[in-house]
Design a binder for this molecule. Structure first.
Ligand code: S3P
Length: 174
């Protein structure tokens, strides 16, 4: 296994789990939001504020496309990467894609202290429920495997991911 992507809603643990998974598999960890911030010299929240969501999405697609050419990496994507069909097709073409899942209460607790532009419109709990409803079928669409992070410690989650990935790789090899 030399290339793995992580997808899932904000607050499902993609960055933390992605980093630990990269250690476990001896791969390099890449977080697409951090790449966008490095290249643009701006925080994600500022890109949203200054240029708007569509410009951020264009940067995101460009970074996803470039990540496909890499090897020996775990790529953690932003929660909204799946919204564009092009991104879903790109990620699915390289795969496997690990989708992390959590319930709306957990997501609210994990996101409330950090700046998340997509949750700043109206009541954050309602916004989470709405966006989660819209995006869940998209996460399911690209998931090679799905793993819940709700109320679990990261090492358990990483072990479940590794086990499921090995099972998947075994089936692919047949
Ligand atoms: C977004 C999720 C964020 C970041 C941006 C947009 C979204 O990433 O890419 O704020 O649309 O869900 P995280 O999932 O890492 O918070």
């Amino acid at each position: 296994m030399t290339w793995v992507a992580l997808a899932g809603f904000m607050g499902t643990g993609k960055s933390r789990i992605g980093w630990e998974l990269s250690r476990r598999l001896s791969l390099t960890f890449i977080d697409t939001d951090r790449v966008i911030e490095r290249v643009s010299c701006m925080r994600v929240a500022d890109i949203f504020e200054v240029y708007g969501e569509q410009v951020f999405r264009d940067y995101e697609t460009e970074v996803v496309r470039r990540c496909l050419r890499l090897d020996e990496v775990v790529v953690s994507t932003g929660g909204g990467t799946v919204v564009r069909g092009e991104n879903r097709a790109l990620l699915a073409s390289r795969g496997p894609v690990v989708v992390l899942e959590a319930g709306p209460d957990t997501i609210y607790k994990r996101t409330r202290r950090t700046k998340r532009p997509m949750l700043e419109i109206g009541d954050p709990r309602e916004r989470i429920t709405k966006l989660l409803g819209e995006r869940t079928p998209l996460y399911h669409d690209i998931a090679t495997i799905r793993v819940s992070t709700d109320g679990r410690n990261s090492s358990d989650v990483v072990e479940e991911i590794v086990q499921k990935l090995w099972e998947w790789a075994g089936r692919e090899a047949i």
